[in-house]
Design a protein around this ligand. Structure first.
Ligand code: BTN
Length: 226
């Protein structure tokens, strides 16, 4: 059970601090000076406005999808807002990103990092078009600690679910899973097509206009026309 919580006012990255901690540890910080995003990006971690936490978990299939679902659940319980999930695990409100998940393996543990923009009222110029916060979206403040308190049991419940259940829940929760026109940045170039569901390992199937399917293994998916 995740009941060992390490809290920091400010830290470089909760992801870094969680590495090497025992299973079930939750690291949370009010501010990160070197927050990590996916693909080597940094994660904007303004002091006192967001939820920045990392949870040490047993590795499991579809972990990143499961954590995204848990985050959607926690945010909905606290704020009533139901985020969309942009595959694999961006939390979206009104077409903008309000949270992200970073899952990393360290030794034999999985470290699930969750960043949620809660009370930000502005973002730096390079993020302005892409990012939002719960506060900006709803016009109301929300409490990051309340979201964490909802997130921990939501994660505990979600990691117990089997693969088929997680795939089904994700497909239901994400408008990106099927029937969505997308553009995907791939190592070999950009592809365009319509999403056609998840494969059994949770990878995204994109059907190109020539009818062939491509399996998307990593992120870089955006809605066509955005
Ligand atoms: C993404 O790129 O969408 C993933 C962002 C993950 C950010 C969170 S904030 C808490 C944890 N600590 C980090 O340094 N990163 C993750």
């Amino acid at each position: 059970m995740m009941r060992r919580i390490l809290r920091f006012d400010s830290i470089d990255s909760t992801q870094r601090a969680a590495a090497g901690e025992p299973l079930g540890t939750v690291v949370v910080a009010g501010h990160q000076t070197a927050g990590q995003g996916r693909h080597g990006h940094s994660w904007h971690s303004e002091a006192g406005t967001g939820l920045y936490c990392s949870i040490v978990l047993e590795p499991m299939p579809l972990l990143t999808l499961a954590i995204g679902l848990a985050a959607v659940d926690a945010i909905a319980r606290v704020t009533g807002q139901v985020c969309d999930l942009r595959w694999p695990n961006d939390l979206m409100l009104g077409g903008k990103k309000t949270g992200g998940i970073l899952a990393q393996m360290v030794d034999s543990a999985a470290i699930a990092g969750i960043g949620i923009n809660v009370n930000q009222t502005s973002f730096p110029p390079h993020l302005v078009d892409e990012a939002t916060s719960l506060r900006l979206h709803t016009g109301q403040e929300a409490c990051a600690t309340d979201i964490l308190d909802a997130l921990i049991p939501a994660v505990e419940a979600m990691v117990k679910k089997d693969k088929d259940t997680i795939l089904r829940l994700f497909t239901h929760a994400s408008s990106y899973a099927a029937g969505r026109r997308v553009i995907v940045d791939q190592p070999g170039g950009v592809i365009q097509g319509t999403t056609a569901g998840l494969d059994p390992d949770g990878f995204l199937i994109v059907r190109k206009d020539d009818g062939t399917d491509t399996l998307i293994l990593a992120g870089g998916v955006r809605a066509a026309g955005s």
